[in-house]
Design a protein around this ligand. Structure first.
Ligand code: AP5
Length: 191
């Protein structure tokens, strides 16, 4: 049975950047992993239904619609992942207009049963600057304090994921100028 590793972090913390670096390192060592982006699974379904035209619109959809898309994505990912080692790029929680929505509620955890949940974090000021420097995305306008609160909530809800599945929780720091250190930390749990 392969390892299932869920990698999470607030938008713009750099989780995809750290995952890509770790994948290159592991490929060089001959360790095979597949990566799956949970948001892309949801987005493809949402676009087919003409619900959104941009992935950043999804977190503004009604709560029940987001939950349905979430459930479909979890089932799709579980069906395709089989026995392979898989990294699932997603969110511990999603900030919606109605409040924080758990990224891995019980019906998602039951499908994925992760071995490890990784929280990619860094200082809120750095995340704010990364968001401002990325014109390709429609980021929510929020300050450092709100980003800090989102990171705190992500830790709290991750504790519930550990209680439910017995998975471990790994915190990986992805600080400015220290990307390689973040990649090293992620690689150490993926090996
Ligand atoms: P998703 O596609 O995951 O969106 P996101 O969180 O905004 O992810 P990004 O790829 O934009 O951010 P990132 O943290 O990966 O940062 P990146 O590496 O690009 O999700 C889209 C949507 O899907 C969600 O909004 C939600 O609606 C939905 N969704 C997903 N999962 C869900 C779930 N489980 N339940 C419900 N809904 C779900 O880096 C950002 C920038 O920082 C880049 O410019 C990069 O170069 C820079 N950077 C990175 N690291 C460093 C560093 N160390 N130093 C300096 N710059 C750095």
């Amino acid at each position: 049975m392969g390892k299932k590793v869920v990698v999470t972090g607030v938008p713009g913390v750099g989780k995809t950047t750290v995952i890509n670096g770790a994948m290159e390192r592991l490929a060089a060592e001959g360790i095979a992993y597949e990566t799956v982006n949970f948001g892309t699974f949801m987005f493809e379904a949402a676009r087919r239904e003409n619900l959104v035209t941009d992935r950043d619109e999804m977190r503004k959809l009604g709560k029940d619609v987001q939950k349905r898309l979430q459930k479909e994505a979890a089932a799709g990912i579980a069906a395709m992942s089989g026995d392979a080692n898989v990294i699932i790029d997603t969110h511990s929680s999603v900030k919606t207009p109605a409040g924080f929505l758990a990224g891995l509620p019980e019906w998602v955890l039951r499908e994925l049963m992760p071995d490890i949940v990784v929280l990619v974090e860094t200082d809120p000021d750095q995340i704010l600057m990364r968001r401002l420097g990325d014109p390709s995305r429609t980021r929510d306008m929020e300050g450092s304090r709100a980003i800090a609160q989102h990171q705190e909530f992500n830790r709290a809800v991750a504790a519930a994921y550990a209680m439910y599945t017995g998975c471990t929780i790994k915190i990986v720091r992805n600080e400015d100028f220290l990307l390689e250190q973040g990649i090293d930390d992620l690689v150490s749990v993926l090996r």
